[in-house]
Ligand binder design. Sequence first.
Ligand code: LLP
Length: 425
Amino acid sequence: MCAIICENTDFFAIFAIVFADFENMMDFNTIERFDKIATPFYYYDMDLFRKTVDHVAELASQHNLKVHYAIKANVERRLLEYISSKGFGADCVSGNEVLHAHDCGFPGGKIVYAGVGKSDKEIYNALMLDIEAFNCESLQEIYVINEMAHRYGKKANVSVRINPDIDAHTHKYVTTGLYENKFGISQHEFEKLIEIIGKSEHINFIGLHFHVGSQITRVSEVFALECKRVNEIVAYFERNGLKVGNINLGGGLGVDYDDPDGSPIADFETWFRTISENIVRRPDQKVHVEPGRSLVAQCATLISRVLFVKSGETKNFLIMDAGMNDLIRPALYGAYHKIENLSAEMRTFFPTHQAYDIVGPVCESSDVWGAGRLLPLSVRGDLMAIRSTGAYGQVMASRYNMKDLAPSVFSDRLDEAPVMTDYFE
Ligand code: LLP
């Protein structure tokens, strides 16, 4: 959307750029209200959030799929309460996530619990809630859960996470279904697995769990492949005497980080259609999906202020008050987030653009939001929007450098936002 406007740029090009700027920004009223709020903060567009969840609920019922929201993406209570109120389940990866999901309205019977390293305390708490399934990731874990269930007079529902050995064609840190990954149980242990399940009297074997990776954009290709592999594996286990009642296909649907306004809701249609067309299921077999990112990424924006504009010898730096402590994705994965200068877009219809290295305040050279980004001329105090930050943003934030955690501000409760103090008064 941004471009340098030079003297010979023709009128239509300028018009197109300006129009694109306005199409993409939040409404003026909201931006004016941001001016009074202390930055940085995570701004939640609650209309978009509810629209996304409602859309997914409707599509899932059309395709007869059960949705478990992967709460690791965002554990904000208001979001969880809405998602649980729609009848979705929760996919958790720690004991605290299980307890929090339960506290936010997910009944134990709709909570599944994955993760390669569950501690005894975490297993105990989940056992007490009679959760829908422990998604077990190793043979030893099944053994320990069976023992603990016995000790506490429970029968634990167990699903087994299988490593399907599939390339999700995504960032190597979020590919999880390849043979050498730490997740799930791989083919060489299948026979032993069947034997252990057969011998474990204090577990109910309910099904199989898969998850091949995250931010998958080659949706039909990767998920069709996953379904085909899953069909083979389910058939293998059933042939060997294990009834697979639940097939959990995991999450992974990607979102559009380049154009959040063009694609505010991820392509759930293609994902669900691909599953319907490729999964082999009996009428009594339930098929689960576990979207995390795709349910929440686009509904939040990290709002920050420009603290200083610094001219280097060859570059201009915008130094923001939000840093890698607030959102670690760019520093950790080299992830791209679209950045907009909201104040500059309010100031003028025809902004001049310039390339900036946009950086945070943290004492690490990797604390960079974006290098060489074209933005309207920016000044101290400008409000900046870092887009698509609803997933793996706040949950991965830290207090590194003893920074405060950026709070949540909701579009329908702007009055409750923390007020900006003017130190120059
Ligand atoms: N199910 C399981 C077993 C998972 O491990 C994950 C994510 C999901 C579901 C949800 O996947 P999603 O729909 O969100 O792609 N921090 C990284 C993403 C890590 C994803 C971990 N597992 C990031 O910021 O990109």
